[in-house]
Design a protein around this ligand. Structure first.
Ligand SMILES: C[S@@+](CC[C@H](N)C(=O)[O-])C[C@H]1O[C@@H](n2cnc3c(N)ncnc32)[C@H](O)[C@@H]1O
Length: 235
């Protein structure tokens, strides 16, 4: 366990939207214009679902997009953070507080489940994946997006830290998924974090709230660091 998935630190990290908003704002698509969320939304729409569950929905941007892009589907969004559920509901999305490890839905109740950048936070990952399997109908689609170990590792190393290795990454995520699902396909994205200035890069590091004493050497102007994202499509 790390600060990434203790219930207390996850609750503190996402009690308000500031940390997440700071981090989301810097991400740019790959050099050839591919964006993980756009590809995830396309994969979901192609499945022509009737009922979609998003777990760990954050401030609700992706769920709102699912509503717009799947007008005939019922979209339900969940998060462990009361504030995020409130923000998601304010976008007109059906939203409720729920922990992925204990989903309040019957078996086989969704055609698609989406987990965008959240499985690395779940204290008991296998229990969370078993819950996804349980609420997904047989033959349903599970879309999971996560970061690789080298995601922002350049920035973290420059600031005196090291790469962030999580329990559900580009490197180890497939192994976890295969314990619960038969089919796993994947797509890789070389994303880019663009910081307008040094202060913005420092704010990004501080938003982790991991207790580390980040010391990023000063730089002039804007700077770009590499990210790595994987989209898993699972059934
Ligand atoms: C990195 S944020 C990503 C949010 C959103 N999916 C996005 O892409 O912007 C992780 C989210 O997962 C939620 N989360 C973490 N652990 C959770 C759990 N066990 N059950 C439900 N949600 C959880 C957090 O509250 C937070 O909203």
């Amino acid at each position: 366990m790390t600060h990434m998935n203790t219930q207390e630190s996850v609750r503190a990290q996402y009690a308000r939207e500031g940390n997440l908003t700071t981090r989301r704002s810097v991400w740019q698509p790959t050099a050839d214009g591919r964006d993980p969320a756009t590809e995830a939304a396309r994969t979901i729409a192609e499945a022509r679902p009737r009922r979609v569950l998003e777990v760990g929905c954050g401030t609700g941007a992706f769920a709102e997009r699912l509503v717009a892009e799947n007008p005939d589907a019922e979209i339900v969004a969940t998060d462990q953070s009361e504030r995020f559920v409130e923000l998601t509901a304010a976008r007109g999305v059906e939203a409720r507080v729920a922990d992925l490890q204990d989903l309040p839905f019957p078996d086989d109740s969704f055609d698609v489940v989406a987990a965008m950048w959240m499985l690395y936070h779940v204290p008991d990952l296998d229990r969370g994946l078993a819950e996804v399997r349980r609420v997904l109908r047989p033959g349903g689609l599970f879309v999971a997006v996560t970061n690789g170990d080298e995601h922002t590792a350049g920035l973290r190393r420059e600031a005196g830290g090291e790469a962030m290795v999580t329990q559900f990454s580009s490197e180890n995520g497939e192994q976890s998924l295969r314990r619960h699902f038969d089919q796993v396909t994947r797509e890789e994205f070389a994303t880019r974090a663009v910081f307008p200035d040094h202060a913005a890069a420092e704010a990004y590091l501080a938003s982790m709230q991991d207790g580390f004493d980040w010391r990023l050497p000063h730089f002039e102007g804007s700077k770009e660091y590499a990210g790595h994202v994987t989209l898993f499509a699972v059934s």
